[in-house]
Ligand binder design. Structure first.
Ligand code: ATP
Ligand code: MG
Length: 321
């Protein structure tokens, strides 16, 4: 059973990514599961090449420092040749209408000038990501279900038209963890691509930055902590974060803090401790260029080895190579 999960280097990895996804990948992932930094997916809208390259490297270092075995992590663009070939094969298996009806495409393209063709075809690249690795399961949120559905359709269609090559993948619900909210705007979730970074704690932030951001977190009136996500989302978010870092129950934790100030200090301490090994490990890896290169190569080679036979079989069966 192979599960495949990706993270897009659209910004620095943030606390929500860690608590909601990457920490679980490291702790709960099966021996055959694969994780990748989807840098090719970060090029479907305006992007900065140098920044993208450094974000992708940084994310790889964070994933490894979080505890994911290096041979289970890879950077998508290290497989660009195989993925490019497979994307073409799958584009020749996909109708224009199927791509154009993707809700994400319609939403992201709406009202925009100069929409990149890759924004339309990116779900086909995503299908290639999945089918190349022979993934059985793809844990995705609601917004990506339609794309996994397309990957299923293309796998089935290819297999029945040209010959059995692909595992038909299934979308599965990721385990539901706490949804971390933006500290400055707790109505929204914390995001690495947020325009305003004041309310976003990044995994690689220095401890004093983390503390400053948490001290400035919005706290919806009142002064005694109580857990009430509906009416006091700011405080509830801080309690959720604390519970997620220390393993307690947010409603019970609320009673242990006499004031917002004391609570915020406790949250800052917990987050700093939670992130410390990752920050230190990632920073060490990022300065050890040879080790980082070795880790990156090992992951890429393993992923390429897994998928190579599918690319050659698919090309052969469709009438090429
Ligand atoms: P972007 O702003 O580019 O969408 P993001 O921070 O939302 O970035 P994704 O790359 O969309 O991150 O998601 C990576 C993983 O992190 C997914 O599994 C997603 O569910 C999880 N995740 C993202 N934000 C949060 C959050 N605030 N709380 C919990 N989990 C989160
Ligand atoms: Mg997102």
């Amino acid at each position: 059973m192979v599960q495949l999960s990706g993270i897009t280097p659209s910004g620095h990895v943030q606390l929500g990514n860690h608590l909601g996804a990457t920490r679980r990948w490291a702790a709960e992932g099966g021996a055959d599961d694969l994780y990748f930094v989807s840098d090719l997916h970060a090029m479907t809208t305006a992007h900065n090449p140098a920044k993208l390259r450094s974000l992708a490297t940084e994310q790889l270092a964070v994933l490894v420092a979080t505890g994911i075995a290096p041979d289970r992590v890879f950077v998508q663009s290290d497989l660009a040749r195989d993925l490019g070939a497979l994307t073409w094969v799958l584009e020749c298996t996909c109708s224009y209408g199927e791509a154009a009806r993707m809700i994400q495409f319609k939403e992201k393209a709406k009202g925009q000038a100069g929409v990149r063709l890759s924004l339309l075809t990116y779900p086909v690249l995503m299908a290639a990501d999945i089918l190349l690795q022979g993934a059985d399961e793809v844990p995705v949120g609601e917004d990506q279900r339609q794309h996994v559905e397309l990957a299923r359709t293309l796998a089935r269609r290819f297999n029945s038209t040209y010959g059995e090559v692909f595992t038909v993948p299934e979308a599965v619900l990721p385990p539901t963890g706490a949804r971390v909210k933006d500290l400055a705007d707790p109505e929204r979730k914390m995001s690495k691509s947020a325009r305003d970074e004041a309310g976003v704690v990044f995994v690689l932030d220095e401890p004093d930055q983390v503390r400053r951001k948490i001290r400035r977190a919005r706290t919806d009136g009142g002064s005694i902590p109580a857990y009430s996500p509906g009416s006091r989302p700011g405080i509830a978010n801080l309690l959720d974060i604390l519970a997620s870092c220390t393993g307690g129950d947010p409603a019970e934790l609320a009673g242990q803090y006499p004031s917002y100030g004391v609570l915020k200090d406790a949250v800052a301490d917990a987050v700093i401790e939670e992130l410390r090994p990752i920050r230190e490990g990632a920073r060490a890896l990022l300065t050890d260029v040879a080790e980082l290169e070795r880790v990156r190569k090992a992951g890429a080679e393993r992923a390429a080895d897994r998928g190579a036979h599918r690319v050659s079989a698919a090309l052969r069966l469709i009438g090429a190579a």
